[in-house]
Ligand binder design. Structure first.
Ligand SMILES: [Zn+2]
Length: 129
């Protein structure tokens, strides 16, 4: 379903945005909280430096706002419209959703952020140029 070569693949799997061959993260599991922000320095496959400039990933906070809103809206739709909870419980459902999915939201934002700057270049293409 998810094919290498699409930005979505890199965003959802957290793989290197240039070659899609390996994970950018030391620990792929975002719920290993102690290692949530631990990323490899470079891709061992294509040599891409993930931290393009100092504090590059601070920018991902803008993205995480959008991603957070998307999760909140999803939580709202599910709890208010589908489960028929009242507004107070819906509010709590949204808060719980944001807390529970926080590691995923943070990682997704980083993945989206770096994918805005780096585009997919498979091995063959890079060798040709
Ligand atoms: Zn790579």
């Amino acid at each position: 379903m998810l094919k290498k070569g699409t930005k979505l693949y890199s965003i959802l799997t957290g793989s290197c945005p240039r070659c899609h061959e390996e994970s950018m993260y030391v620990n792929k599991n975002p719920y290993a909280i102690g290692e949530l922000f631990k990323m490899h320095e470079r891709c061992s496959h294509c040599g891409l430096k993930y931290k393009i400039e100092p504090s590059f990933f601070y920018g991902s906070m803008y993205v995480s706002y959008g991603v957070g809103v998307a999760f909140a809206v999803a939580a709202f739709v599910i709890s208010f419209l589908f489960l028929g909870l009242n507004l107070v419980n819906t509010f709590f459902a949204i808060v719980v959703t944001l807390v529970v999915f926080m590691p995923i939201i943070i990682r997704l934002s980083r993945n989206i952020w770096i994918n805005l700057f780096v585009k997919y270049e498979p091995q063959e293409l890079r060798e040709a140029s």
